[in-house]
Design a protein around this ligand. Sequence first.
Ligand code: GDP
Length: 195
Amino acid sequence: MKVTSSDFIISAVGPDQYPDDGLPEIALAGRSNVGKSSLINRMISRKNLARTSSTPGKTQHMNYYLINEMMYFVDFPGYGYAKVSKTQRAVWGKMVERYLSDRDTLKLVLLIVDLRHEPSANDKMMFDWLKHYDLPMCVVATKADKIPKTRQAKHIKIMKQGLGLLPGDNFIPFSSEEGLGKEVLWELIGGYLQR
Ligand code: GDP
């Protein structure tokens, strides 16, 4: 998809602030600092629309970005940030759970993981959660540029095994730095927008 316009719309604290125009939504989940903002910026060829956060985990908001006036990227608050209190974590859980179970306009969830590392317990939980809700999902393993090409296949295998991906599950290696995976991911998103 050729992105001709992208705008930050709202940092929503709850459902009454989510847009009500019925446009399809592609959500991004992943731990704080995994590279969600960078991925959005790369996908829309903007340097800085989605803020790359120096204080990870600080926001407990759902950030809505309108793309080409026809779909949204919805950036979930990152999980697994150590300095977040138990109460905040519970609020996060409720907000995300409600969104995932109620949001009719949700077309696809991108679970963003770091290809350098084995999936964390939280990554695994999120993966299982999405499976449980039977939501269309794609695991996007970012920061691929930080791994030598000769080792990438091994990291991909470890990631898939660690999460428990089944044959047929969507998986895309990605690099916000170099643009790897961008076209494949747009193609996948395009397919889900038409469902
Ligand atoms: P967020 O908290 O998930 O939104 O993470 P950010 O997008 O703010 O990224 C966290 C840090 O990782 C930043 O310093 C980014 O520059 C860096 N980063 C994100 N994606 C990539 C990538 O694909 N390659 C490299 N080398 N660095 C990345």
